[in-house]
Write a protein that binds this ligand. Structure first.
Ligand SMILES: Nc1ncnc2c1ncn2[C@@H]1O[C@H](COP(=O)(O)OP(=O)(O)OP(=O)(O)O)[C@@H](O)[C@H]1O
Ligand SMILES: [Mg+2]
Length: 170
């Protein structure tokens, strides 16, 4: 899918979030792995993603902070109280991530976890991580794509999201 502006990328993020809230996790957190080039729009997407959860705080590109936890307001959903934004750009070893309680975070069904530069910590990501790739196409144009999805729940999540996006004629 293509986005022609930061606003559109945010809107796509918002639609993703709303659909994520409908999911019921049987095991572990819902983990989104964001890959792609510098300035591809990962953080921009997550700004819309957080908005979709009703989170009012600003989502920033963490310069020194690797992990930030946000509370998802109860009024928006009953299943996921927490949203974690993790940015692995500056992560130099898996230990660094492990020491932040990463295992616990991804093992709770109450958490939604979005990880920028997920390719840096592939080894410790859950098998059913949903990967999104952000590519720079032109000054304002980005391509957002997902790879092959083997997991049934993720497959239906993506199908629903794409249906909704198609209706909006992006
Ligand atoms: N269609 C678009 N979608 C998203 N961002 C866009 C788009 N067009 C222009 N931009 C601009 O590109 C930049 C994207 O930066 P952003 O921080 O979201 O990327 P990133 O993938 O998180 O980068 P990093 O790898 O540094 O974390 C922003 O300055 C944004 O305004
Ligand atoms: Mg970023």
């Amino acid at each position: 899918m293509f986005s022609a502006s930061p606003q559109k990328t945010k809107k796509i993020g918002e639609i993703f979030a709303k659909n994520c809230l409908k999911i019921k996790r049987k095991k572990g957190a819902l983990v989104l792995g964001l890959k792609g080039t510098l300035g591809g729009g990962k953080t921009t997407f997550l700004q819309g993603f957080a908005k979709g959860f009703g989170i009012k705080d600003r989502i920033l590109s963490p310069t020194f902070v690797i992990l930030k936890k946000f509370s998802i307001p109860k009024s928006k959903n009953q299943r996921f109280p927490n949203f974690y934004h993790i940015d692995c750009y500056r992560v130099s070893s898996l230990k660094e991530i492990s020491s932040l309680g990463f295992k616990q975070i991804i093992s709770s069904t109450q958490n939604i976890v979005a990880i920028e530069w997920a390719e840096r910590i592939l080894k410790i990501l859950p098998k059913d991580t949903l990967f999104l790739k952000f590519c720079f196409v032109g000054p304002k144009k980005r391509k957002i794509s997902c790879g092959i999805i083997k997991n049934k729940a993720n497959q239906s999540l993506i199908t629903n999201i794409f249906k909704e996006l198609a209706l909006r004629a992006f």
